[in-house]
Design a protein around this ligand. Structure first.
Ligand SMILES: [Cu+2]
Length: 282
């Protein structure tokens, strides 16, 4: 191999190695189990991005290999200075750019907005929807259910044990979240859900779990030096078990003060805005 080929060759092998490694980890290792009714939509987008990027990367890599071999330096060949501004090059570049844009960006945009408008922003309504309010703080999840009156910010609100979210299986769950201190993000890989939680603002999303069990809630926004331990449990249980648990919590009648975490910088007790009137969504 001539000296001129060594560096691009090594670079190519390195890039190819990284790429194979990255894609093997998507194709070779299964995603976490999808326990939600809508998670497959997210997986579809990820798989599409992965496939189309492999195709483009393969095409670019093959072209580079072809050109470095075809036009390598060798006796009797003179390099040609080419500015690349001939009309045909300009058109070829625009066409290539459009191919990439329409096969990657436009498709992903289409898939995303189809799923957002059809499913993720299409919040469930009706009596069987379970509503939960969540206020994360450094470094725990405060979780609240409406009491028997079905209203939040009233005396009979039920505050769950810290970072423990119980939900019934096969039931739409609608969450409203607002952060106490800094930006956190509510992340449940098994549900394919990741939602930013911002101070002074209420964000909303919904999910429906189709399998019982205990699943990790993680904070996925770097929120301070205890970020790594900001974990919670999502406990999906039968409707009967959930009702039993909720009744037991109501019977304990723990005040929000008993539950509010004081693990970060002193929080000064339960903030006034913990437990808000449920925000109607348009
Ligand atoms: Cu956090």
């Amino acid at each position: 191999m001539s000296r001129g080929l060594k560096i691009p060759g090594i670079l190519f092998l390195l890039l190819a190695g990284f790429s194979v490694h990255a894609h093997a980890s998507i194709w070779g290792m299964p995603f976490p189990e999808d326990i939600s009714t809508n998670g497959h939509l997210i997986d579809d987008v990820i798989r599409y991005i992965d496939k189309v990027l492999v195709i483009f990367f393969g095409a670019v890599a093959a072209a580079i290999i072809y050109f470095i071999i075809r036009y390598r330096s060798r006796p009797g060949h003179q390099a040609v200075y080419e500015t690349g501004n001939k009309k045909v090059y300009v058109i070829a570049t625009i066409l290539l750019g459009m191919t990439v844009f329409f096969s990657i960006d436009a498709v992903i945009e289409h898939m995303s907005f189809r799923d957002l408008n059809g499913v993720f922003w299409n919040f469930p309504q009706g009596k069987n929807v379970l509503k939960i309010e969540v206020m994360p703080q450094q470094f725990a999840w405060n979780i609240r259910y409406a009491g028997t009156d079905g209203e939040f910010a009233t005396q009979d609100d039920i505050v769950a044990p810290l970072s423990q979210m119980h939900v019934p299986v096969d039931t739409p769950v609608l969450l409203q979240l607002s952060a106490f201190d800094v930006v956190h993000a509510f992340y449940v890989p098994y549900l394919r859900i990741k939602q930013d939680v911002v101070p002074g603002m209420i964000t909303t999303f919904w999910f429906q779990a189709k399998k019982t069990g205990k699943f990790e809630i993680a904070c996925s926004a770097l929120c301070g030096n205890g970020h790594y331990k900001m974990r919670g449990d999502l406990i999906v249980e039968s409707k009967e078990d959930f009702q039993k648990w909720l009744d037991a919590q109501a019977a304990q009648a723990s005040s929000p003060d008993d539950v509010w975490a004081d693990s970060g910088p002193s929080t000064g007790g339960v903030p006034k805005d913990w437990g808000w009137k449920w925000q109607a969504r348009i």
